[in-house]
Write a protein that binds this ligand. Structure first.
Ligand code: BG6
Ligand code: MG
Length: 227
């Protein structure tokens, strides 16, 4: 028998739109100011991770950095956010990644609840710019989440709000931390990206163009039947 999920929880950055690239560029710029190289390999470990934790990882990647107070770290994190918010000012509906609009519409038509589970405090602004705020039943407020990804709280918060059992949820993520969070929540994980970093995903596509509702639902159904 084919089981339908009751909710789909989307990550934002790198799933709905390519703001993951803007986070990378903003960290790279801050890194240059600190004399630390932020390359794409290091960036993979920053995806899905909160602002302050990302900064700590960047600093830890470089042996010659002085010890900084929490005030200094917060000032640096705020500086990165200034770079980032400058980059997202021009985001528009044209920046919704290919396949996402169709997927959202088809899931809605199938009566499946939709949420956004992002670690970003800028998520509400980005969703406004994309004109997608109204497309979701719930948007997780990152500032209310005590334990960020890879902790499952972001995803369980959405499922709890929607009153949907975790096993009836699908999470869609582009980050290793996010896929781990979905799996720890006991949900079905759809990964977007490379198998090397997203090996825990239950179903993986290289890019969002390859997302098809029918294929995702089929894979979910097999998983939920214990196949
Ligand atoms: C996640 C991004 O969605 O949000 C991370 O993948 C980012 O790269 C995190 O650090 C926090 O975002 P913000 O906008 O609150 O700094
Ligand atoms: Mg992401």
């Amino acid at each position: 028998m084919s089981n339908l999920p009751k909710a789909v929880i989307f990550d934002l950055d790198g799933v709905i739109t390519d703001t993951a690239e803007f986070h990378f560029l903003a960290w790279k710029q801050l890194g240059e100011e600190l004399g630390i190289e932020v390359d794409r390999e290091l960036n993979e470990q920053l995806k899905g991770v909160s602002r302050l934790q990302s900064l700590e990882r960047i600093i830890a990647s470089s042996p010659k950095q002085p010890v900084r107070t929490i005030d200094e770290l917060e000032r640096l994190a705020a500086k990165k956010n200034t770079h980032y918010t400058w980059l997202i000012q021009s985001v528009s509906p044209n920046d919704i990644l290919p396949g996402i609009d169709t997927l959202i519409k088809e899931l809605r038509a199938a009566n499946i609840k939709l949420a956004v589970g992002s670690a970003s405090k800028n998520a509400p602004f980005v969703l406004e710019r994309l004109e997608l705020t109204g497309a979701f039943d719930y948007i997780v407020d990152a500032s209310n989440i005590r334990h960020g990804k890879p902790d499952p709280e972001t995803f369980t918060d959405a499922a709890d709000y929607l009153k949907v059992p975790y096993k009836a949820c699908i999470g869609i993520e582009d980050s290793a931390a996010g896929i781990e969070a979905i799996k720890r929540a006991g949900m079905f994980a759809v990964g977007i990206g490379a198998a090397e970093s997203l090996h825990q995903a239950d179903y993986l596509v290289r890019v969002t163009d390859n997302l098809r509702m029918s294929t995702i639902l089929e894979a979910y159904s097999q998983w939920s039947n214990g196949a």
